[in-house]
Design a protein around this ligand. Structure first.
Ligand SMILES: *Cc1c(COP(=O)(O)O)cnc(C)c1O
Length: 370
């Protein structure tokens, strides 16, 4: 069996450091807050090249609190791609704003910038580019469109920790950015976690209040807040893993390059396209195949843990049916949703494992009539 993601291989490398750090936390019994959380926030901000990082309970909260810090709520519209994990839209709706969807680019599956210009307007208060599968959305084209209507840019960087665009880390382009430390992400905790990063001190301060019951000091609650904190034990894991993230991301790029070679002579398989100027971190290696259901079943039969990200675009989920976009509303995203196929990719994947994936995929597409 070749899993989509192998978290055990990653744990082996940090096991000693995590055990040591956890022993210290257990001794002090400071399970919430503590110096480990502040230390990780500082390390992650420095890594991204952004002045402020506020760690929160998960990635979805990070988006929601980022939006709330921007003052976004009922009556406001936030634009995001139809092809993303549902959490991007969920966070917008939870903040009380209306998600406005845009179709995606056929080659990259990222937000289609040409279509973005058609949907922004006076109600648009934020644009949320999603750096999907580990590569940056073209932020330098998105930002001027957002600015033209006075909207903020909130980057959803949950899938792209360490990805660069024109040499700069994602998370440093927008007014604010949100990321997730869900275990399977490139920088993953051993439970839930997330962070808001921003260049703006005022937004960082607001998120700090919101994550902690609206409280700047004990028993003071000037604003209505939430409980959304990163556990101290998770901060220990994340600090240990952050030290290895560059090495791991480089290993992912090597593995992606190897798939490029291994799949080059399969005309039925569309390989992922990387935008000019991007240094991706391959959170997922997503190809497109015809008759995906058959191909996927055949891969599973061969013991290959392939996946689909995502089989249903946001507008066709039950949760967002109320937006009123039926089938055909976002044709590029809908077609992609039927063809996308994520192949196993993680830093420790071996050449032998990748060859087995490629062989199984070759057999699957050749067996499946076009
Ligand atoms: C994982 C993810 C999120 C949400 O993160 P959680 O920590 O699971 O809440 C948001 N957006 C994208 C694109 C993601 O992949």
């Amino acid at each position: 069996m070749i899993p989509l993601v192998d978290l055990a291989a990653q744990h082996d490398q940090v096991a000693d450091e995590v055990a040591q750090g956890w022993t210290e936390v257990l001794k002090t019994t400071a399970f919430i807050g503590g110096k480990q959380v502040a230390a990780f926030e500082g390390e992650f901000a420095a890594y991204l090249g952004v002045p402020h990082c506020v760690a929160v309970g998960n990635g979805t909260d990070a988006i929601e609190l980022g939006l709330r810090a921007l003052g976004i709520g009922p009556g406001d519209e936030c634009v995001l791609p139809a092809n993303t994990f549902v959490a991007t839209a969920e966070a917008v709706a939870r903040a009380g704003a209306k998600p406005v969807l845009v179709d995606c680019d056929d080659d990259t599956a990222l937000l289609d910038v040409d279509k973005l210009a058609e949907v922004v307007g006076p109600r648009t208060k934020a644009v949320l580019p999603v750096h999907l599968y580990g590569q940056a959305a073209p932020v330098e084209r998105i930002t001027p469109i957002a600015e033209s209507v006075g909207a903020a840019v909130l980057e959803d960087a949950a899938q792209a920790q360490g990805a660069r665009r024109h040499g700069r880390c994602v998370g440093s382009f927008g007014d604010v950015a949100a990321t997730s430390f869900y275990p399977g992400k490139n920088l993953g905790a051993y439970g839930d976690g997330g962070a808001v990063v921003t260049t703006r001190a005022d937004l960082a301060l607001k998120v700090r209040l919101l994550r902690e019951h609206g409280s700047p000091a004990k028993y003071e609650h000037p604003v209505l807040g939430f409980n959304s904190r990163l556990d101290t034990l998770q901060a220990v894991v994340l600090s240990a893993k952050l030290r290895r993230l560059e090495t791991w991301n480089a290993a992912r790029r090597e593995a992606a390059a190897r798939y490029e070679e291994l799949l080059a002579d399969l005309p039925q398989v569309r390989r992922p396209v990387v935008l000019e100027g991007n240094l991706p971190v391959w959170h997922l290696y997503v190809v497109r195949v015809p008759r995906r259901a058959e191909v996927l079943a055949s891969l599973h039969e061969a013991g290959i843990g392939a996946g689909v990200h995502y089989p249903v675009p946001v507008h066709l989920t039950g949760a967002f049916a109320s937006l009123g976009h039926g089938p055909g509303s976002f044709p590029v995203a809908e077609r992609a949703a039927g063809e996308l196929l994520s192949l196993p990719l993680f830093p420790e994947i071996t050449v032998g494992q990748q060859e087995r994936v490629a062989d199984a995929l070759r057999k699957a597409v050749e067996r499946t009539p076009r």
